[in-house]
Design a protein around this ligand. Structure first.
Ligand code: NDP
Ligand code: X2W
Length: 346
């Protein structure tokens, strides 16, 4: 008999939350037991998101009013800080957190970048960093999964195979990243209003974005030495999607073809990472609504330099899709279960 998991989604009405609900509805092994909210207790998700008209869903419940006793997996799509504080009180057998709370290994680094002491530092060492393609060995035994940030997902998929194989200079990595407005969540701020975001590209948090320590942490582990990066994010006037352009210096004797071959063979058996060939260039429309990451390495600039470009949908591979992929790997379901729905075009 097909195993059915009862899940709770906390923060279900936000952007990441509704995408998790959307994917969970068509997952063969999921029964949505509870949808958690802070302010919309008793409302139906279809009242906020009419896209769910006709979908059988329980009403939203305040996160403190949910009966967690039969919940197999609690997903958190709540903001960082709130998420760790609430999740540390749950006894659910498995927790998958989409917030930033369990991504950093060191509580001091968390305090430095998130402007608050970590609510439950003892749990940090128990979390598996859920970049699915690099966590398959660890997910099956995990209770607590920390899903990566959206930018780190695209950047790490671009770079980890290259640093593992010693192909690039780890002291000279320069990343420019573009994100659609949904990356900032429903709450956002004024710069996400249509009238202020449209017809403009806005760099932000230049030199001090919170994803810097996360990316450096994971690159350093694989490179087995300290890696530091230059990272500049930009807000672009589109709803979904994220594109990262990473400039690297090749180690002596390494060619761009070597990068491309290494990336292709590393992801050959991964169902969601596609290395494009023949100079095809990744773009956000290629991945919209999907759990895919498309990437490719190019020769650019002076000899010895290369560019790796990657595109993901921030709300799917960058959030809800990767969370489901991690759940599939944790429970031994097919990795693609619930995730191969029809892409959106144009
Ligand atoms: N947007 C993205 O591309 C990505 C987001 N993430 C992470 O996912 C999480 C959710 O992001 P996103 O969906 O974009 O954000 P939204 O602002 O769209 O949604 C946040 C949700 O959290 C709930 N919430 C807010 N404050 C509280 C609180 N104090 N207690 C309980 N619930 C609360 C809100 O509840 P309600 O409205 O019901 O009151 C809302 O449903 C964040 O941690 C974010 O960092 C990760 C990767 C990508
Ligand atoms: C466009 C935009 O504002 N994007 C968000 C990133 C969203 C995300 O993945 O961040 P966390 O899960 O780490 O909060 C930002 O730059 O903070």
């Amino acid at each position: 008999m097909t195993r059915q998991l009862e899940i709770a989604i906390l923060g279900a009405a936000g952007y990441a939350g509704v995408n998790l609900v959307r994917l969970a509805l068509s997952h063969p092994n999921i029964k949505i037991k509870a949808l958690g909210t802070r302010r919309k207790d008793g409302e139906h998700l279809r009242e906020i998101w009419p896209q769910f008209l006709g979908s059988p869903l329980p009403p939203l419940r305040h996160i403190d009013e949910i009966d967690y006793s039969s919940v197999d997996v609690a997903f958190s799509c709540m903001p960082h800080g709130v998420s760790a504080q609430r999740l540390s009180q749950l006894t659910s057998p498995h927790i998958i957190d989409l917030s930033a709370d369990f991504r950093l290994d060191c509580p001091e680094t968390y305090a430095q970048w998130y402007d608050a002491a970590h609510p439950c530092p003892d749990l940090l060492s128990t979390a598996v960093y859920g970049l699915s393609e690099f966590a398959k060995e660890y997910l099956p035994r995990s209770r607590l999964v920390a899903c990566p940030g959206c930018y780190p997902t695209a950047v790490l998929l671009s770079l980890l195979p290259l640093v593992e194989n010693g192909l690039i200079d780890t002291t000279r990595i320069v990343i420019n990243a573009l994100s659609g407005l949904s990356g900032a969540g429903r709450s956002g701020n004024n710069s996400h209003l249509f009238s202020e975001a449209n017809e403009s590209v806005q760099p932000y948090n230049v030199g001090h974005h919170r994803h810097v320590p996360e990316i450096e942490q994971e690159l350093s582990k694989r490179a087995k030495k300290t890696v530091s990066i230059s990272f500049t994010p930009h807000l672009v006037p589109m709803t979904r999607g994220e594109l990262t352009t990473t400039v690297v210096e090749l180690c002596s004797g390494v060619s761009v073809d070597d990068l491309q071959t290494t990336l292709s063979s590393r992801y050959d058996c991964d169902p969601f990472v596609y290395v494009l060939q023949d100079d095809a260039c990744p773009s956000t429309d290629m991945v919209r609504g999907t759990n895919n990451c498309v990437l490719s390495a190019f020769s650019a600039g002076p000899p010895g330099q290369a560019v790796i470009i990657a595109a993901i949908d921030n709300l799917v591979k960058g959030a809800a899709g990767q969370a489901i992929q991690n759940m599939n790997l944790l429970f031994g379901f097919p990795e693609t279960a619930g995730l191969k729905s029809a892409p959106l075009m144009p």
